[in-house]
Design a protein around this ligand. Structure first.
Ligand code: NDP
Length: 405
């Protein structure tokens, strides 16, 4: 990449750069290389992709969560005479998050695994572009406290939350204090309804992993695709929205909107509703988060309203998709319960993808785990990690017992 003086550009570390959000982020960064510098890239095990990205974007640093993969990447980059330094250490990702040369982190690791780097960035006053919703779900209170202490700014990348961010009053952005003071009545998260929106309860019992991975509108990683198929994704987003915008659960509505054109809305007390519309292309919210408060090119085609024709809205069905109700219940209980639900769900989704449990088992595993843990609220990150681990063991044992029974 060719660009102007590095010091005038915003230095960005992309966590999870080999994933769906990570690669879209690199696409936007490549289009705007006069303003941004790719300073660090990270992945888990995908040496092939990260190696290619390092050669192309020439970041100063790279890291991989898997130590064997990190060593292989270091060897391959050395042979290619690359200038990228591969950090090899258990805490390599956290080291990148807090490195003084990094101004902005794109938090796009999937799952609870994204929490350590995101938390470290929040503690060190970084600009955090948050795609990794699970870290806000499990540690919303702690992340907000850390960001407030350090002055870190958390800008949502999830398309719904980025839409809300764009529709909120200026004073409420990057500040999860009381939005109602600015005349906000409630927020409305839109949901595509996923691939099984029109399936009956009986049909849902036999759906396959392949069907669940085929989202009608969005091209995403496997975990978020399965979450979209169970509506747990919308549940996690309700929790994420509550912590991001400082809103009570009762003020967060969900409406199914199959076209995925209206990405979400804010209702005001005077009856106005502000909505953000766009293509189902994550490069729009990514570009918005990267450049905020400015705007940059995202490479996304303009919406053609005439071709769209009509937009439809319907209520979500909480009986066929019980994960949404479970998420609301966990949110009312607090950060301990949201951590329990997230851990159970990560295990359930993994087991579904591996063919060990059925689609309808996912909500059952989540409900059983949520109801079985006492309502403790973790006071620090160590307690969160310990709770997450206990729930994972519990959920796996529950699955094992059921398959034996
Ligand atoms: P992907 O599965 O496509 O990518 C995940 C990325 O995280 C990969 O780079 C992967 O590396 C890395 N990773 C996986 N496990 C670990 C680990 N244990 N430690 C460190 N890195 C790890 O996910 P998505 O891009 O789809 O999603 C990322 C996040 O963004 C999720 O939280 C998701 O909910 C959220 N999101 C995604 C949207 C989308 O359109 N995809 C939309 C809105 C939100 P490797 O390639 O080596 O496995």
């Amino acid at each position: 990449m060719v660009a102007n003086n590095a010091s005038t550009r915003q230095s960005v570390a992309v966590f999870g750069s080999t994933g769906s959000i990570g690669t879209s982020t690199l696409d936007v960064l490549e289009r705007n290389q006069m303003q941004f510098q790719v300073a660090a890239l990270t992945a888990n095990t995908n040496v092939e992709s990260l190696h290619a990205q390092c050669l192309k974007f020439k970041p100063a640093m790279a890291a991989m969560a898997d130590s064997d993969a990190a060593q292989e990447l270091a060897n391959r980059l050395r042979r290619a005479n690359s200038s990228t330094t591969v950090l090899i250490a258990d805490d390599a990702l956290v080291r990148i998050a807090v490195d003084p040369s990094i101004q902005t982190i794109m938090a796009s690791i999937v799952g609870f695994a994204g929490l350590p780097a995101t938390m470290a960035a929040a503690q060190h006053g970084k600009r955090i572009l948050l795609a990794n919703k699970e870290s806000m779900v499990v540690a919303g209170d702690l992340l907000n406290q850390a960001a407030q202490r350090s002055g870190a700014c958390i800008i949502p990348v999830d398309s719904e939350h980025n839409a809300i961010f764009q529709c909120l009053p200026e004073s409420n952005r990057c500040n999860p204090t009381n939005s109602l003071q600015s005349g906000v009545a409630s927020i409305v998260l839109t949901a595509s309804g996923g691939p099984f929106r029109q399936f009956t309860a009986d049909q849902l019992k036999t759906v396959t992993v392949e069907q669940a991975l085929s989202h009608p509108n969005w091209d995403m990683g496997s975990k978020v695709s399965i979450d979209s198929a169970t509506l747990m994704n919308k549940g996690l987003e309700v929790i994420e929205a509550s912590y991001l915008f400082g809103l009570d659960e009762s003020l967060i509505e969900v409406v199914v909107h199959p076209e995925s054109v209206v990405h979400s809305m804010v209702r005001y007390i005077d009856g106005s509703v502000l909505a953000q519309l766009g293509q189902a292309d994550m490069r729009t919210p990514i570009a918005n988060a990267l450049a905020w408060p400015d705007r940059i090119d995202a490479g996304v085609a303009a919406l053609d309203f005439v071709r769209l024709g009509s937009l439809n809205f319907e209520a979500p069905d909480m009986h066929r998709f019980p994960c949404l109700a479970l998420a609301r219940q966990a949110l009312r209980q607090g950060n301990g319960a949201t951590c329990v639900l997230n851990a159970a769900n990560e295990v359930a989704v993994e087991q579904f993808v591996e063919g060990r449990v059925s689609y309808t088992d996912i909500s059952e595993i989540n409900a059983h785990s949520l109801h079985s843990f006492t309502r403790t609220v973790p006071q620090n990150v160590e307690e969160l990690f310990s709770l997450d681990l206990s729930v994972r063991q519990f959920a796996l044992e529950f699955i094992e017992q059921r398959s034996l029974g």
